[in-house]
Design a protein around this ligand. Structure first.
Ligand code: ADP
Length: 491
């Protein structure tokens, strides 16, 4: 292939090795889609303690047994092992430095529920070590594709520490932002430890942010291009102060280089016709298996199965972003309705408590699963009738697209990627694929749910809606094509 690109894809989480949210799905699917298009893609992530060498058959790479990285006053002797992304020939390298990465959590200490105190050091080292690794491999990338704050130091390092290094003379950087709410803020006192000049912490510098240092800001200012994961979110983070989370002005200043590219659905993982997590398969031409999935879901959720009562599912990080305040607000009215509600999630203890109280109060209607559980996520997508995503903001959102694939109709707040993927059925019965509320209020959310339930009771029309939703195309190929165009423009 003439225009074959060498792309180094950096991510702090990659499915199936380590995952907390949508970034892991993207970091697994997009590299494979780029490989399918004929590009030479390699992925790198930290080797956390949760990643089993045996389960994933990690191999030693002789040249990568000792990767010396200087940071501040210290020399870190790191190493890397490699494997392939599942069912693919995409190579992934796991960067190892035991005392920093060999932990059960990715960003939080599961024992305390708090961020690791040395996250700045952990991810700054990762950014530096990946550059040393590809030098040892003599593999000069055309593009380094960074994702979120954990890898956002790379564009700056290339311009500064590696500014005169001919190895990187033809390497462009893209920073993908998956959520503006996570920026990597630390006190400026960490600067010497992560090998950066104290001046970067001074007021008005490229990294300073309200007296702290901010990894994402530095990335936004120095990456050759930036993108977020939906066109609407790309606009919102420039124009809306809350959604830009303090960095609007910097994003606006880079408008010309800021793009919105919607994520896709990885159909090797999310496909009800061959999803091995499900008790029965189904397709848009034969929905029978979906009722089997609903029965199993309700059984495992200790709720009674009734074909005529709709089940609403929710799978999410338990975070203030995800709209639990609205559920709390409307709970009385919501559970007067004929509806069952199954939630899978883990996160903020505040919402664990809230959901536990909800289940206690409405034991015949609410079932909660407070854990991270891939299989249960697939079962909820398949066994539910409707899916709630009342997110306050949503950069892209993947679960509404998975829901459509599984014939589970989303009820969503009109924001970010939800606005780019869901069309209201009441307003447009020929093209609608979900139920939308625009104002972020409990009342508006409840009205959208009521509209969904009314439609659900009309079995024939509902089936038509379900079948149409399942046929929608969200393949990664279309998104990968957009990334390739952007890479080509950058280099
Ligand atoms: P975000 O990235 O903000 O967490 P997305 O909707 O983009 O939200 O992606 C969430 C991803 O994480 C989906 O693949 C979803 O199924 C998965 N997920 C979230 N919470 C859980 C959980 N408790 N168990 C299993 N999968 C989960």
């Amino acid at each position: 292939m003439k225009n074959k690109l060498r792309i180094l894809f950096l991510s702090s989480e990659v499915e199936p090795f380590a995952k907390t949210g949508g970034l892991a799905d993207v970091a697994s699917a997009l590299p494979r889609a780029l490989y399918e298009e004929g590009h030479d893609v390699r992925v790198m992530m930290p080797k956390y303690g949760v990643i089993s060498d045996r389960k994933y058959i990690l191999r030693d790479v002789i040249r990568l047994k000792k990767i010396a990285v200087k940071m501040g006053n210290k020399e870190y002797i790191t190493s890397a092992k490699s494997a392939f992304l599942p069912d693919s020939k995409v190579q992934i390298y796991f960067l190892n430095y035991k005392s920093l990465y060999d932990k059960k959590g990715l960003y939080l200490d599961p024992k305390t529920g708090k961020d690791f105190a040395n996250n700045a050091e952990r991810f700054a080292l990762f950014c530096r070590a990946v550059l040393e690794t590809i030098k040892i491999l003599h593999w000069e990338p055309n593009v380094i594709h960074c994702n979120d704050w954990q890898t956002a130091l790379v564009p700056w390092l290339l311009k500064n520490d590696y500014g005169k290094d001919s190895f990187f003379a033809n390497t462009a950087t893209l920073l993908s932002i998956h959520n503006m709410a996570y920026q990597g803020n630390f006190p400026p006192t960490v600067l010497p430890k992560i090998g950066l000049a104290k001046e970067l912490g001074e007021s008005g510098s490229d990294m300073e942010f309200y007296g702290n240092i901010n990894f994402l800001k530095l990335g936004i200012l120095h990456a050759d291009s930036i993108n977020t994961v939906s066109p609407t979110y790309a606009d919102e983070i420039q124009s809306n102060e809350e959604l830009g989370a303090g960095l609007n002005e910097f994003l606006k200043a880079r408008k010309k280089d800021l793009h919105g590219i919607l994520n896709g659905v990885d159909e090797t993982i999310w496909n009800p016709e061959k999803d091995s997590f499900l008790p029965a398969f189904y397709s848009s031409s034969d929905l029978e298996g979906k009722s089997e999935c609903k029965k199993t879901l309700l059984q495992e959720s200790k709720l009674e199965y009734k074909a005529d009562i709709p089940v609403a599912g929710m799978i999410t990080r338990l975070d203030s972003q995800k709209g639990f305040d609205l559920i709390e607000e409307i709970k009385e009215a919501l559970f007067k309705l004929d509806i069952q509600f199954v939630v899978l999630g883990i996160g903020d203890p505040r919402y664990h408590k809230m959901l536990q109280a909800l289940q206690k109060k409405y034991p015949n209607k609410v079932s909660i699963h407070l854990r991270f559980d891939d299989r249960m996520a697939h079962l909820i997508e398949a066994g539910s009738d409707v899916f709630f995503m009342p997110s306050r903001f949503e950069p892209c959102g993947l679960n509404q697209m998975y829901s459509l694939k599984y014939g589970t109709i989303p009820v969503v707040h009109h924001v970010g990627g939800l606005a780019d993927t869901i069309t209201d059925y009441t307003e447009n019965r020929n093209q609608g694929n979900g139920f939308i509320f625009t104002e972020y209020t409990g009342k508006a959310f409840l009205q959208a749910i009521q509209r969904a339930l009314e439609e659900f009771s009309d079995k024939k029309n509902w089936q038509k809606l379900v079948k149409r939703a399942m046929k929608q195309n969200f393949s990664w190929k279309a998104s990968a094509d957009k990334y390739v165009k952007l890479y080509q423009k950058m280099i």
